[in-house]
Design a protein around this ligand. Structure first.
Ligand code: CMP
Length: 165
């Protein structure tokens, strides 16, 4: 009887771990999405920023050097449509080439947001990417996803399944 109870407990535990991993995999909790923005690209910081990212232990799953149009920038930042800075944001993000990337690491969203620092570079901690390379709150060098859900949406915006490794 005891053995049966133990066996049943073991199966439940295994199922639980399996379910947890399945949710983790489908929710991509270990992935984030980033863009190196037009200011950082124009100022020659692509190499340094990618070096900071990989030195922090992020694996590059997908990478693309491209340029947004006003239309695609507007679509990407549609969540900010009602904000007073939306038009400037769309203008700026379509003003020059960007680098888009999907990154992987445990706890990717949180760790990456710590690596890039506060949205406003004047408030970004010493040594963060925005503190080192950003010019202003609008031209703030890099984008980082704010949630697992948005990381998946933003990654899908730029990359097909065959562009991820
Ligand atoms: P990002 O993380 O890419 O997401 C939205 C962007 O809007 C943000 O970085 C900033 O570059 C920009 N942004 C946020 N607040 C302001 C603001 N007050 N003025 C101008 N741009 C802003």
């Amino acid at each position: 009887m005891e053995a049966l109870i133990l066996l049943s407990f073991n199966i439940k535990l295994k199922n639980c771990i399996f379910a947890e991993n399945l949710i983790k995999y489908t929710m991509n909790t270990n992935r984030t999405f980033t863009m190196i923005k037009p200011d950082a690209v124009a100022n020659g910081h692509i190499g340094s920023i990618l070096n900071d990212i990989t030195s922090a232990g992020f694996k590059i799953i997908a990478l693309k050097y491209t340029k947004l149009t006003a239309e695609t920038a507007g679509e990407f930042y549609a969540v900010h449509k009602a904000r007073p800075f939306y038009a400037d944001l769309v203008n700026f993000m379509s003003s020059g080439p960007i680098v888009a990337a999907i990154l992987e690491k445990d706890n990717a969203i949180e760790v990456f947001r710590a690596l890039i620092g506060a949205t406003n570079p004047a408030e970004a901690a010493e040594g963060t990417i925005r503190q080192k390379y950003a010019e202003s709150i609008a031209a703030n060098a890099v984008h980082g996803s704010d949630s697992d859900e948005n990381a998946a949406i933003e990654g899908d915006f730029f990359f097909t399944a065959t562009e991820r490794f």
